[in-house]
Design a protein around this ligand. Structure first.
Ligand code: NAD
Length: 364
């Protein structure tokens, strides 16, 4: 296998601790990988005056694969999220979040194995917003009235929900290709097409068209988003790969993370045509910064996704199995795995990674 060059972004808050844990676990698999370290976020802003230095995007463009710790979004300072900026800059249109049950991770459910494929660039998340009271908002309200499209109260704020044929086709195709590559049986498209006919309705009709291309290989169905929430809670085993527009994807991926034990074990990937960025679903939890306390598993499972993406299937399997064994034994795990959060037998972030590395070494 060729050498892999990967951009490594430690992040801030708990980011450096959990990303170091993931990096050490990847290195322990013995694959030929070189990490190029660059950073972004609040601490980088203090040091360099830039929240997202150019070196980060340059490194990602060069290496095509990146793994990133969480990054704090400064509140009320006019800064946009670095995370969103990176997804936009590299057109990482597919957010993939597998939600899988592991023995030893406390949850109300068992045997869950779902994959959320969320569209990452369109929908109400596109950031096209009109603030209440501004002249342009007033103009838009007048235009909408003049076009006979409806009346909007003058004291309204407005967010625009664009959903395109192009954006829908590529995300639904991505979901089917993912299903094929990972030997999945079914894709479920989620929408509210009965109410939002021209956006969600378009999403559904394009999804149905794409599904026809895969009809002999992968089953397809659709669900209205509210019904989907109920069904996921009542019988999550009925679903497999779930493809959704941006906002529903955001909400339902958290619901599904809740089915399998929460943020501590929820990995993620943001994938584009040629570039992919792997990161945990959770944020930078600043109050735990530097305490060697938080759970590195979401970041380590994100590294498993990265290894799978890099076609290092054996290393991916080895790392996932080693992590699952540590969960199952329940000994070298962080406080959040414990029934009582003050349980003194909990280990630190680094020690949990050490236990996973020890298992990997036995497997090699
Ligand atoms: P958060 O996920 O950082 O933390 C919420 C709570 O979840 C924490 O207080 C902690 O109790 C728990 N938690 C999170 N990760 C954990 C872990 N690995 N182990 C154990 N417990 C864990 O969410 P927040 O407080 O809303 O956000 C903090 C900052 O992170 C914000 O600035 C936000 O913008 C940013 N953020 C970044 C990303 C990203 O980098 N992709 C994602 C979400 C939030």
């Amino acid at each position: 296998m060729a050498q892999h060059n990967v951009t490594f972004i430690p992040g801030d808050g708990i980011g450096p601790e959990v990303s170091a844990a993931a990096r050490r676990c990847v290195e322990a698999t013995g694959i030929d990988i070189v990490f190029e370290e660059v950073n972004a976020g609040a601490e980088t802003l203090e040091k360099t005056g830039r929240l997202l230095p150019d070196s980060v995007s340059e490194s990602i463009k060069k290496n095509k694969t990146a793994i990133k710790g969480p990054i704090t979004t400064p509140v009320g300072s006019g800064f946009r999220s670095v995370n969103v900026a990176l997804r936009k800059a590299h057109d990482l249109y597919a957010c993939v979040r597998p939600c899988k049950s592991y023995e030893g991770v406390r949850s109300r459910y068992e045997n869950i194995d779902l994959v959320i494929v969320r569209e990452n660039t369109e929908d109400l998340y596109a950031g096209i917003e009109f603030e209440v009271g501004r002249p342009e908002t007033g103009k838009l309200i007048e235009q909408i009235k003049a076009l006979g499209a409806g009346s909007i109260r003058s004291d309204s704020g407005i967010s625009i929900k664009p959903i395109s044929i192009y954006g829908t086709r590529r995300i639904v195709k991505f979901a089917f290709e993912y299903a094929l590559a990972h030997k999945r049986r079914k894709v479920t498209a989620v929408h509210k097409a009965n109410i939002m006919k021209y956006t969600d309705g378009l999403f559904l009709s394009v999804a149905r068209e794409v599904a026809k291309e895969y009809a002999s290989r992968i089953e397809f169905e659709d669900r209205i988003v509210d019904n989907m929430c109920m069904q996921l809670v009542q019988r999550p085993e009925a679903f497999d790969v779930i493809v959704l527009p941006n906002l529903y994807g955001d909400i339902i991926s958290d619901l599904c993370a809740g089915l399998v034990g929460g943020l501590g074990v929820a990995p993620g990937a943001n994938i584009g045509e040629t570039i992919a960025l792997f990161e945990a679903t959770h944020g930078s939890a600043p109050k735990y910064k530097g305490l060697n306390k938080v759970n590195p598993a979401a970041m380590i499972l994100s590294a498993v996704l990265m290894l799978d993406y890099l076609k290092e299937k054996k290393a991916a399997q080895m790392l996932e199995q080693a992590t699952a064994e540590v969960f199952k034994e329940g000994k070298a795990v962080t406080y959040d795995f414990k029934e009582n959060r003050d349980d003194t037998s909990a280990v630190g972030t680094k020690e949990m990674a050490d236990a996973i590395i020890a298992k990997i070494k036995k497997k090699r």
